[in-house]
Design a protein around this ligand. Structure first.
Ligand SMILES: [Zn+2]
Length: 242
């Protein structure tokens, strides 16, 4: 599409913090940085080597994408500190407040986990997440898997595609995945798994990481549900799209 560049991003949440990979294609996608960039964030520099291992494993399936984009990679680290009442950042939005989803998990337990996460966001009143009708394509695909080794310690991750626009990035596709093995290994309760699911769904809705420990969008949190600041963020991102 003329005048638009397409970005692909993958974001993960883990015991160790969070890794974010952003790839862009098209001049100006990232001002001053044509091509692509890689950004790693983590709550503690003491976990750097483990985070590097996690990221390395995350990158494996994306090698082909990297090659296709003739990518260059730049890594930086960012410390995350807890600050209460900190606004939750947003990076994009869907075209409409009504967003469809399909849960592909074959596990009734994980369908229930995703259902709890969906309710958290629907309760904000800012978006309307609706299960897709049979035979229709969903905006967001939700699933669970056990494909990542425990050494990676990745509890969940989300990949998404969006058009870069000055007035706000427009999301066009997203897929969020929970890792059953990691969640079980680290003893997450069902409500904590729902919080991880809500975190990933928050990314799929256009929210970024919050520094606030009481935000569901904190990169290393598993205890918080959608907070008042998270609600304000999603309300702001979708305020003019009713
Ligand atoms: Zn995250």
């Amino acid at each position: 599409m003329v005048g638009l560049s397409i970005k692909f991003a993958l974001e993960c949440r883990s015991q160790l913090g969070c890794a974010k990979l952003e790839l862009s294609k098209g001049a100006g996608a990232f001002p001053g940085t044509p091509g692509c960039r890689l950004r790693i964030c983590q709550p503690s520099q003491t976990k750097e080597s483990e985070c590097a291992i996690m990221l390395k494993n995350l990158l494996k399936p994306l090698v082909i994408v990297l090659l296709a984009l003739e990518a260059c990679v730049v890594a930086t680290t960012v410390n995350v500190q807890a600050i209460s009442r900190t606004p939750t950042p947003t990076w994009g939005h869907w075209q409409s407040v009504t967003i469809t989803y399909r849960c592909n998990s074959t596990s009734a337990y994980y369908r229930s986990v995703w259902s709890q996460a969906i309710k958290q966001w629907n309760r904000t009143g800012a978006v309307k997440l609706r299960a897709v009708k049979a035979g229709h394509k969903a905006d967001i695909v939700l699933t669970s898997a056990q494909t990542i080794r425990q050494s990676d310690a990745v509890a969940g991750y989300t990949n998404y595609t969006y058009y870069h626009k000055a007035q706000g990035n427009r999301i066009v596709a997203a897929k969020s995945i929970l890792d059953r093995g990691i969640l079980t290994h680290y003893g997450y309760t069902k409500s904590q798994r729902a919080n991880v699911a809500a975190h990933e769904l928050g990314h799929a809705l256009g929210l970024g990481h919050s520094k606030a420990k009481n935000s569901v969008m904190n990169a290393s949190n598993r205890y918080a549900m959608v907070s008042p600041q998270d609600k304000l963020a999603v309300q702001g991102a979708y305020a003019h799209r009713r």
